[in-house]
Design a protein around this ligand. Structure first.
Ligand code: HEC
Length: 95
């Protein structure tokens, strides 16, 4: 019985930490949908979800920085991973 309770507590803690990660990703999404929709619509990004892998997104985001996007070089990798992990047709880029 005690063991069951411990398992319940541990899995609650685990799901809480998963939530914390998800909130971080939401913040990223909100900032990105603003940063990536000032020149073209976020739909342009939405359309490419699933078509590029993380390396492909990294190239694209670097090119957007060259185009004038207000994104620091340091965050290009994190942005590429975030976009790579979005399911096609979902997320803040697909309003
Ligand atoms: C300063 C203006 C500007 C901003 C900000 C901007 N883009 Fe772009 N984007 C462009 C221009 C110009 C093009 C078309 C020329 C090209 O592809 O470089 C484009 C094209 C695209 C394309 C289609 C071409 C391809 O390679 O698939 C995607 C996807 C894209 N942008 C994603 C993004 C993402 C993601 C962000 C935010 C990180 C972003 N853009 C922010 C200017 C911008």
């Amino acid at each position: 019985m005690k063991r069951l309770v411990t398992t319940a507590v541990v899995s609650t803690l685990l799901s809480l930490s998963v939530c914390a990660v998800a909130v971080g990703a939401d913040d990223m999404g909100e900032g990105l949908s603003r940063a990536c929709s000032s020149c073209h619509s976020a739909r342009r990004v939405c359309r490419m979800l699933g078509a590029k892998d993380s390396k492909g997104w990294e190239k694209t985001v670097r090119r957007m920085v060259e185009n004038g996007a207000d994104i620091s070089q340091d965050s290009v990798g994190a942005i590429a991973d975030y976009l790579d992990n979005l399911k096609p047709g979902t997320g803040p880029m697909c309003p």
